[in-house]
Each structure stands twice: as C-alpha cells, then as structure tokens.
Write a protein of this length. Structure first.
Length: 99
C-alpha cells in the first residue's frame, strides 16, 4: 500500500530589505504585534556598503497560521513603511499524508 502525500502551506515568510534606520525594525514588528501575532522566526542582518551597493538591513520574518487575506494586508502595510525598499513573500510548504 503506497502512502500518498500532498503539499500543504504551513507558514509564510516575508523577506524585507530596508534602509539602515533605528526605527525600521520596530515599525516592521509592530505590524505583527498589533494583530497579536508572534512570529515563529525573526532574523535581522545589517549589510555594509560594498562598491555601488548601499548599506542596508535584511529582515526575515516567518509566521504560521495566517489566512491569505491577512498575509496580503501585512504585505501591503510592510511595503508602505518608510525606509522599506522591497518586500517579498514566500509560502513555506510541508508534505502531509493525504486522507
């Protein structure tokens, strides 16, 4: 008997690039706090200026259990934050045994 598996979205990850600014991290995390969401994963890295690439922050946030509408609202709000250069959203999938 072969087991059948299907992919199921388990969480969403936002990849944010922002200017180096003391308030940008709190502005980003506040969007989740206002919705009583505690991220599963949060990583912030600062990249120094190299050649023609300016100094920037990379903020990665993974959250599970969000519906599609909430994911999109958060994406729009992240894009509207001052100092945020770009935001990319990716679904993280896990395989689950089909019923």
């Amino acid at each position: 008997m072969d087991a059948q598996f299907e992919l199921s979205p388990s969480s969403i990850q936002y990849f944010i690039t922002a200017d180096v600014d003391p308030g940008v991290i709190s502005r980003v995390t506040e969007l989740f706090a206002l919705r009583s969401i505690v991220p599963d994963y949060l990583k912030v890295s600062r990249y120094k200026k190299t050649g023609t690439i300016p100094e920037s922050l990379s903020i990665d946030i993974r959250v599970s259990g969000l519906d599609v509408h909430t994911q999109d609202v958060i994406l729009q709000k992240l894009n509207s934050i001052v100092c945020v250069q770009c935001v990319r959203k990716e679904a993280i999938f896990k395989s689950v045994r089909a019923a």
